[in-house]
Write a protein that binds this ligand. Sequence first.
Ligand code: C5P
Length: 402
Amino acid sequence: MFQDKQIVLGVSGGIAAYKAVDLASHLRQLGADVHCIMTDHAARLVSPVTFGEITGHEVAQAMFDHITRWDVGHISLARMADLFVIAPATADIIGKIASGIADDMLSTTVMATKAPVLVVPSMNTQMYENPFVQENMEKLRRAGYTVMEPDAGHLACNTEGKGRFPKTEDILEEAEKILTGRRLLKGKKILVSAGGTREKIDPVRYIGNRSSGRMGYAIARAAYMEDAEVVLVSCTRDLPEPRGVTVVYAEDARGLDAEMNRLYDGADGVIMAAAVSDYRPSVSSDRKIKKEDHSSLDIRLELNPDILRGLGARKSHQFLVGFAAETNDVIAHGKEKLERKNLDMLIANDVSQPGAGFNVSTNIASILYRGGKMEQFPIMSKDELGRIIAERVAEGIKKGSC
Ligand code: C5P
């Protein structure tokens, strides 16, 4: 993704300037050609020599250093950039950009660029919450800049609050999102379910399944990368929440049913990747069942609601996607399920094959569509399959809306 990309990294004078060294280093390790511009204040906090060594390029700082050279520094940097990242971005540089002020190398270059700009604010909480700073960030957003939310936590001024420089991996993810640049789901609301339900037997025991939730999480992340507004209803708490995605948790099939139905009407695309238990214990105990009290135990099961079928039955405008995990006659079962549940698309996989299905990081899938079309895919990572699914959902929503 970052290979051979020209990235201009503007470093302004926040105390988090030292963290931008790590960002520059990661970008270079990922293959990007990184050019740093530092403000004078930033250069007092971290030596330009550090950024020079890390990036392998001389750091631009003063406007007139290279006045004898034919190319004008700020214009050539502004032109060459595939992406412009300002990290950390102080209230000062944000205010300058928002007000059209260009009085140093960084503000002048960013004014001259046509590249997408990623702004990473980092400052004291009170400064961050200042209405003028907020208004300036809004101005940047309206002009098409991407302005990241800072993290909350311990700040250099020895207080707690919002304003921390985000983690390098989060900035890289945001940069990747901009560079990928397809925005196929911009303005669309995507609802995804993930993980395996847990049907309570007693407070410590449940009936579960082998689903890890990774497929659903990969789809949620891919939809976010395509600029969708994503809600993920998760039946697992074992995976880190994907950044930028709203996560709500459900425990069992009935809880998941309630959440999916609550969120369904507002969604444009719904992907039901959760492995829902078809049955639940007819009665569950509020106290731990003791082996001393029972020499044997019969657990009677009753049928859970078929959530997807219920969603299919009351579908209005949604593009509805289901999964079929099968061990035989995958395609035939898939086609039948697509019809029966009134779906627009179904991802079918043979979970008995190595590298497919539950609890592995890869999948082998076929995608079936309403109308009989089918695509078969080789083994691939769940992340990759997630991207394909997000792409197909975007196409489906588009077709449905025209
Ligand atoms: O009928 P089957 O369980 O094979 O269908 C699988 C699809 O239906 C998956 O998308 C799964 O999330 C969904 N499902 C459901 N409610 C159930 C069982 C499965 O929504 N009770």
